[in-house]
Design a protein around this ligand. Structure first.
Ligand SMILES: [Zn+2]
Length: 245
């Protein structure tokens, strides 16, 4: 299960990432969550803060969805004052309380019917250990290496080293943010591809995943770029992205 440890909330997606102890909030509320609360479906966590508190904190509404979200949110203070970036972690052992579909449970159910780990459905070569898909797998690494070589970065191969490295992948502020968004998109798209192959018997070449990731990251960078641009005028975040891709 991929969980997000929210730092300043600038990249974690409020509705879709697993950053509270309740799983992705969109799974709790369904599509009506963003609609009822007025926080758009692609918002990052930082966008949900108003003057150091959650945007819903002063709402008097008795709407069930609003109350549920308010009760699910952690203390806003540490996030609004944080200066560290959000990080994404793979937590194999932790069962996070969630009413939603749990990837970890699916994984365990699938493993239970095998004596040895099944062969990875992405590369059909290696055994699918929990860490293999990120990015030990030849399919995943084709995706990841494409982005790393364009960005001229050289992350360590080992999973834990990779997570440490991800805290500060580049001295350049914009590149750092881009790498984190790419990493997040890679985890999401590769996991989605794996599940599509298992559950729907649909498979896509690595190039299709790369294309999807580019669109995802670009869509995330657009609003962030506008926010950053009010502070810097010389080069934009999106401009940095287009200089690489
Ligand atoms: Zn593989």
């Amino acid at each position: 299960m991929i969980i997000c440890e929210v730092g300043n909330g600038n990249s974690a997606r409020f509705w879709h990432n697993n950053w509270t102890s309740h799983g992705p909030l969109i799974d709790l509320t369904g599509p009506r969550g963003p609609e009822v609360t007025g926080l758009h479906v692609d918002a990052v966590v930082a966008e949900a803060l108003r003057d150091g508190n959650w945007w819903l904190s002063r709402s008097r509404s008795r709407n069930r969805l609003i109350t549920m979200i308010r009760d699910s949110l952690p203390d806003a203070n540490p996030i609004s004052s944080s200066e560290v970036d959000d990080i994404y972690l793979w937590k194999p052992g932790n069962r996070v309380a969630s009413i939603s579909f749990s990837t970890a449970d699916t994984w365990d159910a699938r493993r239970a019917s095998f004596q040895v780990p099944p062969t990875c459905i992405l590369c059909n070569k290696a055994a699918e250990t929990r860490k293999h898909p990120f990015f030990d797998c030849s399919y995943s690494s084709e995706v990841w290496v494409f982005f790393c070589s364009r960005l001229s970065i050289n992350p360590p191969v080992l999973f834990e080293d990779g997570l440490r490295w991800l805290r500060n992948p580049s001295p350049e502020e914009f590149v750092k943010l881009i790498v984190k968004l790419v990493y997040q998109a890679a985890l999401y798209s590769i996991w989605k591809e794996r599940n599509a192959r298992i559950h729907n018997q649909i498979s896509h070449p690595a190039q299709a995943v790369i294309l999807e990731m580019k669109q995802t990251v670009q869509a995330r960078l657009d609003p962030l770029s506008r926010a950053h641009n009010s502070r810097r005028t010389d080069i934009t975040l999106l401009g940095t992205w287009f200089s690489f891709f």
